[in-house]
Ligand binder design. Structure first.
Ligand SMILES: [Zn+2]
Length: 270
């Protein structure tokens, strides 16, 4: 059956400032152009981002003040980026959970993030929640997927993968960006200047002509053990260093043009 989301009020859950535009910069434009509303919930400020921080500040040891300053800068970048996509700053919510430490919170049974996501959902009343994926190689993304699914209730959910490739067997929708949409998405990604310092090619690779959205993952999300978290962190680090995209977790199957075709462009579904 073809996926037919109601996009009128779409909430995007972004583990870090930039995931929203990387994963859904085209979808956001499509919704805004169709008269729908977009809300973005940033779970962390992306403040624990040491290599670009060291490079920019020419400083090896980073303290709490450095991280706070970096997080504030990343918030500004996120707002500038959304402005390029015509999403106003009032449509954003920054939850300021600790960057790179979300899985540790979940393992301790700390459910405050689920509760804050529920509040955001009650306040915005989304028709669709765009969640990170439990199959992403980044542990913040996997655990935030678990929290988001726990908060979603009966609301329609779709998922996106940033640090890996989407699994072909989970793909349910694509956005094929027009040249104009792609150009504007590039401009929005460019607003995240701090992330382009050391990883420009990797970031701009997300500005391609297609965005992929996957099925909800009520059957897949879970909280990682320490061993699983560290083994996948290694895969993530190797991907960052080598520039290679890590294989999708749990499947070697790559999406094909045929599968993307069946998944269908969400154009015109508003
Ligand atoms: Zn992220």
């Amino acid at each position: 059956m073809r996926w037919q989301p109601t996009l009128d009020r779409t909430m995007i859950v972004a583990p870090h400032p930039d995931d929203d535009v990387i994963a859904a910069g085209g979808l956001i434009q499509r919704i805004v152009a169709g008269g729908g509303e977009v809300s973005v919930v940033y779970v962390t400020d992306g403040e624990n981002n040491p290599w670009p921080q060291r490079y920019m500040k020419r400083k090896w040891m980073l303290g709490a003040d450095d991280r706070a300053e970096w997080g504030a800068m990343r918030r500004r970048e996120a707002l500038a980026s959304l402005e390029r996509l015509r999403v106003p700053s009032e449509a954003t919510r920054f939850l300021a959970f600790p960057d790179q430490k979300i899985t540790a919170l979940a393992r301790r049974g700390d459910m405050r993030l689920r509760d804050e996501l529920r509040q955001a959902i009650e306040s915005f009343r989304p028709t669709l929640i765009v969640s990170p994926s439990g199959r992403d190689v980044h542990s913040d993304h996997r655990t935030i997927a678990w929290f988001t699914h726990a908060a979603a209730g009966a609301i329609d959910v779709t998922t996106y993968v940033v640090h890996s490739a989407p699994r072909a067997d989970r793909l349910i929708g694509t956005v094929i960006l027009s040249e104009r949409e792609q150009r504007r998405k590039c401009e929005a990604i460019e607003c995240h200047a701090s992330q382009l310092l050391l990883s420009r090619a990797r970031f701009m690779a997300h500005a391609g002509p297609t965005e992929s959205f996957c099925a909800p993952e009520f059957d897949l999300v879970r909280v990682d053990s320490t061993v699983r978290q560290w083994s996948l962190a290694l895969a993530h680090a190797l991907g960052v260093v080598t520039g290679a995209v890590p294989a999708p977790i749990g499947s070697r199957v790559q999406p094909t043009a045929d599968v993307q075709d069946r998944a269908g462009d969400v154009t015109g579904l508003l």
